[in-house]
Write a protein that binds this ligand. Structure first.
Ligand code: CA
Length: 135
């Protein structure tokens, strides 16, 4: 990547405008850690623990979604399709602990911005989310 690209922000830089991010994750600790770090760099954070609460939360304006695939009431990939159809500009970063769920190529061809594998490096996810917000 071009190091002078304006899309590469310094870590922890505040974005010029607040962006809203919806974290769809059933594991409390991961949700908590993501919320803390993303809030600290200026994101407005909403949370959902399953498909049903994510659909409800998505009725509010959301710029970005961090989406776990294995959720208590189904597969997060369903939401990827629904969210992309409802609001194509929404960037979705898929998170999975299971390397065999879907490949990066599969999730990106389904419309996701990126795939991250758990356990992930929080700094990496924060940077990726910032990049997605300005892309
Ligand atoms: Ca899960």
């Amino acid at each position: 990547m071009n190091p002078s690209s304006p899309h590469i922000l310094p870590l922890f830089a505040h974005l010029p405008l607040p962006h809203s991010v919806l974290i769809v994750e059933d594991e409390f600790l991961i949700r908590w850690a993501l919320r803390a770090r993303l809030s600290s760099v200026g994101f407005l954070v909403a949370e959902a623990v399953d498909l049903a609460t994510a659909r409800e939360a998505f009725l509010s304006p959301i710029d970005l979604v961090l989406l776990d695939l294995r959720l208590p009431d189904g597969n997060g990939i369903e939401l990827l399709a629904e969210f992309r159809t409802a609001r194509p500009k929404t960037r979705v970063i898929v998170m999975t602990a299971h390397g065999t769920d879907m490949t990066e190529a599969e999730v990106t061809s389904a419309g996701a911005y990126a795939l991250v594998h758990k356990p992930f490096d929080l700094d990496h996810v924060v940077r990726l989310t910032q990049r997605a917000a300005v892309s």
